[in-house]
Design a protein around this ligand. Structure first.
Ligand SMILES: Nc1ncnc2c1ncn2[C@@H]1O[C@H](COP(=O)(O)OP(=O)(O)OP(=O)(O)O)[C@@H](O)[C@H]1O
Length: 594
């Protein structure tokens, strides 16, 4: 139950007024049924008294009691409806708050988290739990509070009979509590155990319904196979759940019997007291009502406690995500990013190993880059080019060595400041299912409404011809996810992605395979404008196309995580090393020699 106070604080911060209203209403409305019972008893006693008298007629007192009963009924209905309304608003507001918290945390976490399957288990569980359980706990707590208040009222009435009645009451409901707790936690652990398989089933589900996979799933005939995999996993879950539910029902049935015995035992006791004239007939009706209600209430309180225990386990999964601390963080007192850079950037003996990997991906990287210089990174697949750029953007932090800008280590800048100084286009750039203006403007969020700037970036990336073809120009929704969306070809998308990188006035530009998907003419165009586009910017260019690589001031060759050659195109050709070998191979295949 340890998460309950924290959860209440969270609800309080989401909607303090609605929470107070809900608690107040619950307290008041739970006492009304107790008053109703008491009025009922007074009515019966009054009727018995009238029957024993000579007049045998409605007395003003009896009329008043009936009116009071009716008033209580109305009050109960009104309070009930108002409470339902308040709880609806409260849970909507809280759900939004809880989800925003989850998203904000997801945003703060490191890229490395997203590359670990354990993290995805935690995230999945938090999403499943976070979207439901915190609100359920709040509703349950409110119900619990109401039930306890009502029970206190009822017990006050019942104490008039005898303490043994109370004893019978407790004995008859405790087993229900025990069964509730036992099966709640079993269900929770079952669900938790199932997380990795459930994620696999969800993955098949996603592949079968995601437009990205539609083509391959059909052409390779993967559909039936994947549906079968999905069905098998889900069926196993259903089977496990059925077995648990069966055992729970049996246990529940046997303890219901106990409850019945408790009620009738106590009923017999009070009947005996009535016959002996120890209590009135009104008391007997009060007792029957109050005992049955109290029994139901205690049972429901205990079940609620068991459920609260279960829900708390789920809520703990939500907090488990919120409690993960990001490793890549801003310093508490960041240094301002140099404007402009003077000495430039330096990698000093940098080593980096991916979390969970046993070999370092980068080993002893030393490189100095002047402001405004354009560097091309060249190397075979997996040699570490993209990794180097991920370190520069602090998507990961290095394990050893230093990366400094104007002699200040990257970690001493705020993440926001550093990243706003880097314009970037990754190989696997994002394709937002939003309009063209947003797709480009996201490269510089504060200026994304400045259409002139967006058009300028599009021109730089050679994307204007693509956009001009679109019926609604910059307002056209891209992708097929939303109504009216238009999909683009791979190369066209790449031009949009490139335009996004050109949106900023950042001092550093990173282009990872900017022309991999564009046609030769577009690449040539870009080549013509490249100098002008990157003027004054420190630029990193990763490419397997040597026509693109030649645009750089210096070329850095990476092999198995180490820098093996650095120089201009001409210098490296003279050296006749790895670069010259790769360049000649590509040239040969183009020219058809060899
Ligand atoms: N997120 C990751 N977790 C673990 N290892 C990774 C991760 N990303 C890359 N690697 C490993 O690091 C090495 C370098 O990858 P990197 O993406 O930097 O290569 P690259 O030179 O950019 O390759 P390419 O030319 O194919 O883009 C590879 O061996 C790869 O397996």
């Amino acid at each position: 139950m340890g998460n309950t106070p924290r959860l209440i604080r969270l609800v309080w911060s989401a909607a303090p007024v609605w929470l107070s209203l809900s608690v107040g209403l619950t307290l008041v409305s739970s006492l009304v049924p107790v008053a109703q019972l008491y009025v009922g008893k007074l009515i019966v006693d009054q009727v018995v008294a009238i029957l024993a008298s000579e007049t045998a007629d409605f007395t003003p007192y009896l009329t008043l009691l009936v009116v009071a009963g009716f008033g209580l009924l109305l009050l109960r209905e009104m309070l009930g409806q108002f409470n339902t309304f308040v709880n609806r608003v409260l849970s909507d507001q809280f759900l939004l708050h809880a989800n925003v918290q989850l998203l904000q945390q997801a945003m703060r976490l490191d890229l490395a988290h997203y590359e670990s399957s354990e993290f995805h288990d935690v995230l999945d569980r938090a999403q499943q739990s976070g979207s439901n359980y915190p609100v359920r706990v709040v509703e349950l707590l409110s119900r619990l509070l109401g039930s306890i208040t009502r029970l206190i009222g009822l017990l006050t009435l019942l104490l008039r009979f005898s303490p043994s009645v109370m004893g019978l009451l407790l004995v008859s409901v405790l087993p229900t509590f025990w069964v509730g707790i036992r099966y709640s936690s079993r269900r929770f652990w079952m669900n938790r155990r199932q997380t990795p398989s459930r994620r696999l089933a969800d993955y098949f589900y996603k592949v079968l319904t995601d437009p990205k996979y539609v083509k391959e799933v059909r052409l390779f005939n993967l559909g039936t196979h994947m549906v079968e995999q999905y069905r098998t996993i889900r069926q196993e879950f259903n089977e496990e759940s059925r077995r648990l539910a069966q055992r729970q029902s049996l246990a529940q049935l046997s303890i219901e019997l106990l409850g019945g015995i408790g009620f009738y035992g106590a009923y017999g006791l009070v009947l005996w007291q009535t016959i002996r004239g120890l209590v009135t007939l009104g008391d007997l009706t009060l007792y029957a009502g109050a005992f049955q209600q109290a029994q139901g209430l205690i049972e429901s309180i205990l079940i609620s406690l068991a459920t609260l225990y279960e829900y708390n386990l789920y809520v703990s999964q939500y907090f488990e995500l919120l409690d993960i601390a990001p490793q890549v963080t801003s310093p508490s007192r960041p240094k301002p990013f140099p404007q402009p850079m003077r000495q430039g950037l330096r990698f000093q003996d940098v080593y980096f190993t991916y979390p969970g990997a046993d070999q370092p991906t980068l080993k002893g990287i030393d490189l100095t880059v002047a402001p405004g210089e354009c560097i091309a990174l060249v190397g075979l697949n997996g040699s570490g080019k993209t990794t180097l750029l991920k370190l520069l953007t602090r998507l990961y932090d290095i394990n050893q060595g230093k990366i400094v800008i104007d002699n200040v280590p990257l970690q001493q800048f705020s993440l926001r400041d550093l990243r706003s100084q880097i314009g970037i286009m990754f190989q696997d750039f994002a394709r937002y299912a939003l309009n063209v203006q947003d797709n480009i403007g996201f490269g510089n969020l504060p200026q994304r409404q400045d259409i002139d700037l967006v058009v300028q970036a599009a021109e730089g990336a050679g994307a204007t011809a693509v956009i001009d073809e679109l019926e609604q120009g910059y307002q056209t929704i891209l992708g097929k996810m939303f109504s009216g969306g238009v999909d683009l070809s791979g190369g066209q998308w790449q031009k949009i992605g490139l335009a996004r990188a050109f949106m900023t006035d950042a001092q550093i530009l990173i282009l990872d395979e900017p022309t991999a998907a564009v046609d030769a003419i577009a690449e040539h165009d870009l080549f013509q404008r490249f100098r002008q586009l990157t003027q004054g910017k420190m630029t990193f260019l990763v490419s397997h196309r040597f026509s693109t690589v030649r645009m750089a001031d210096r070329i850095v060759v990476l092999e198995q995580g180490k820098i093996t050659e650095v120089g201009t195109h001409d210098q490296l050709m003279v050296q006749q090393g790895r670069y010259a070998e790769m360049f000649e191979l590509q040239a040969e295949s183009y020219l058809g020699h060899g």
